[in-house]
Design a protein around this ligand. Sequence first.
Ligand code: GDP
Length: 298
Amino acid sequence: PEQQASKPGFFGRLMGRSETKQVTRRVLDDDMLEQLEELLIASDMGVETATRVTANIAEGRFGKKLSTDEIKSLLAQEVARIMEPVAKPLPIYAKTPQVVLVVGVNGSGKTTTIGKLASQFRAAGKSVVIAAGDTFRAAAVEQLQVWGERAGVPVLTAPEGSDPASLAFDAMTKAEAEGADLLLIDTAGRLQNRADLMEELAKIVRVIRKKDETAPHNTLLVLDATTGQNALNQVSTFGELADVSGLVMTKLDGTAKGGVLVALADRFGLPIHAIGVGEQIDDLQAFDPEEFAKALTG
Ligand code: GDP
């Protein structure tokens, strides 16, 4: 008889395929733990986190026979346990305008995420102002204007190459004058010159603090799930450049299952405020740890 040409999935590879499709059980031994760890590492979870998760699953169960479903649900539980504390929507403060600085490397999805956030807050009845703070990238400014139109939110711009801090100051003035609830500030993502970028971000913060010493109230780092383990480096780098308070992970609609989110949560414990699941305006979702764990473990 012809075999179905389907590839074994995550657990198919771990447990081997049963020809009779009976429930496969396998002894939890060193060999199996090693394979499990390798699969987790391949899902971008990183060595450290994969080792810990595997050890937790083995605890009290070593030498016992487990079924695929049992391992799946143990793994999902472990992942959900790591992710639950970081699943937090962007906190909304009484103080207005709430200033949200958005940082991240170019291409990570900053512009898109700002557009989506603006639209969500508008839908929730908040008034929003966007500042196109990446004044050196004309394309980014244009993109942001398009998103502003879609979301029905004003976008403040400045001439190409002008000082982003001065734009941020003007944006604060406008947001205050208009009684806006939220000010979303886009920033440059040129990591090629870290010292410049650090100074640029520090200057934006200094200037907006002249208007409100508690601002920025959030510094969102936008990360691209398809960059895998690279996201860990970006959190470290941007953590040195700015006071990152939370994360948005984009492009989780693609092939990337986002195992790196587990590594991020495990290592940094930063809140995950939202996830991007597409290029459209409504493709921003709250992060749901259980759903994520299920999707990750298949
Ligand atoms: P920026 O350079 O950081 O401002 O990044 P952009 O917002 O311009 O996004 C870069 C590319 O990624 C664009 O083509 C976006 O449409 C795309 N993008 C952003 N977020 C998502 C997402 O959640 N899913 C998918 N599939 N694409 C996204």
